[in-house]
Design a protein around this ligand. Structure first.
Ligand SMILES: CC(C)(COP(=O)(O)OP(=O)(O)OC[C@H]1O[C@@H](n2cnc3c(N)ncnc32)[C@H](O)[C@@H]1OP(=O)(O)O)[C@@H](O)C(=O)NCCC(=O)NCCS
Length: 384
């Protein structure tokens, strides 16, 4: 490596920007949004309030929130060509791939797509925050042969999503669970998808491109895709002769990772997992359906008691118990990561707007380890 250069695999420990949005203190398990503790926010806030907080730096007044909510409701309807295009997608397409494509398509129908002014970016952020729930619910219906439902103007975002998904009046317990989930996942420091959105923005790229790229980044099972992977794993474990046997065979002998465990920053329990575990327990009791929660708890206990997990400080992360919560309210496994995006759009947009305020191209270096000084060989002289 050339003098003066440092390398950090996976950019571990590298700080790439100042941010006023959220703070992740992995050593003490604390998460705050603009200084508000996540425990307080999970108990009191609506997703709309949190989105306003992240975008404008302060909690909204009643009047501001009403106006904000009204604009979101107004923007929820999808352009007809986007819905028609979705009807032509293969029914077995992954919902995250559908979301990524539909968000990109929304840019085609927005005359202000290429306008990178702050006003235009706030407006685009509002459109995407409003429309992502409609896309997810529409795809759930389209792939099962049903007609998508139009959003209602009397419901908040969480309730509207559930209404458009299930086609019935949502129960309050479901609305509360989706709301708390959305609040908890709205922002999380310089995570991979947020970083992706800032990298695209740093090229003076437009907001649709930045969010489309962020969705692609979130989809992977080491990031947002972990909730779906955790749910599939819980189902697999529940079919094994016992959780102990599965842990011994799959984790200890085959070296498989437990999905939903471990984190780059948290070396103590993830506070979002602590909160979601409580919600998972309450929901399972209320619904008298606790099978997968028991499996998840047993597996987490086995990991917690194991020296390998202890030495590496590996604890359940947000995706572990969110899978149980979302499953309890009838969200299909492959729809779980799209719900993550439905929340994180608040944080992505806030980071994109923040990046614009002090933008410089993000362009790291690679340490070249390939051959030096090769001599060109004409194709006729190369051996097959
Ligand atoms: C989140 C995650 C990608 C963090 O990765 P990271 O900071 O790069 O950490 P590494 O992949 O280098 O892992 C560090 C060590 O812990 C182990 N480890 C990490 N997560 C593990 C898991 N879920 N199960 C078993 N071992 C795990 C690794 O094997 C590695 O062990 P080693 O030091 O012997 O090689 C990783 O913990 C993971 O893959 N977790 C499962 C997927 C997940 O839940 N993702 C959602 C994150 S919110």
């Amino acid at each position: 490596m050339a003098e003066g250069q440092t390398q950090s695999k996976g950019l571990e420990g590298i700080v790439i920007a100042d941010t006023r949005l959220s703070r992740v203190q992995g050593d003490i398990g604390r998460l705050t949004y603009t200084g508000y503790d996540i425990y307080d926010l999970a108990e009191h806030a609506s997703f709309e309030e949190i989105t306003f907080l992240l975008w404008y730096g302060e909690l909204p007044t009643t009047k501001q929130l009403k106006r904000f909510q009204g604009t979101l409701n107004e923007f929820m309807t999808l352009p007809a060509p986007v819905v028609n295009a979705m009807k032509s997608y293969p029914v077995n397409a992954h919902p995250m791939a559908v979301l990524r494509t539909a968000v990109s398509a929304l840019g085609l129908h927005d005359p202000a797509a290429e306008d990178n002014s702050q006003d235009a970016n706030y407006r685009k952020a509002m459109h995407l925050t409003a429309k992502i729930p409609t896309i997810i619910a529409a795809w759930a219906r389209i792939r099962s042969g049903k007609e998508p439902l139009a959003p209602r103007d009397d419901l908040n975002l969480a309730a509207n999503f559930l209404y458009m998904l299930h086609g019935r009046e949502p129960e309050q317990v479901e609305v509360n669970a989706v709301n708390v989930y959305l609040v908890l996942l709205a922002d999380h420091g310089m995570n991979a998808s947020t970083f992706t959105s800032r990298v695209v923005t740093s090229t003076d790229g437009d907001l649709y491109s930045a969010v489309t790229a962020a969705i692609g980044s979130l989809k992977g099972p080491k990031h947002g895709g972990a909730n779906e992977a955790a749910m599939r794993m819980f189902r697999e474990v529940s079919k094994a002769s016992s959780v102990e046997t599965w842990f011994k065979n799959e984790v200890k002998e085959k070296g498989r990772r437990i999905m939903g465990i471990g984190h780059r920053v948290y070396k103590t329990p993830d506070p979002r997992a602590v909160i979601l575990k409580q919600h998972a327990e309450a929901l399972c009791k209320a619904r008298e359906k606790c099978g997968l929660l028991d499996v998840a708890n047993k597996l987490a206990d086995l990991a917690a008691a194991d020296a390998y997990f202890q030495e590496r400080k590996l604890f359940p992360n947000v995706d572990y118990y969110s899978a149980i919560v979302l499953d309890a309210i009838g969200i299909e496994s492959d729809m779980m990561t799209p719900l993550f995006a439905m929340s994180r759009i608040a944080g992505w947009s806030a980071h994109i707007i923040e990046q614009w305020q002090d933008n410089r191209l993000i362009r790291p270096r690679g340490n070249y380890i390939g051959p030096e000084s090769q001599t060109w060989i004409p194709i006729s002289e190369r051996e097959d």
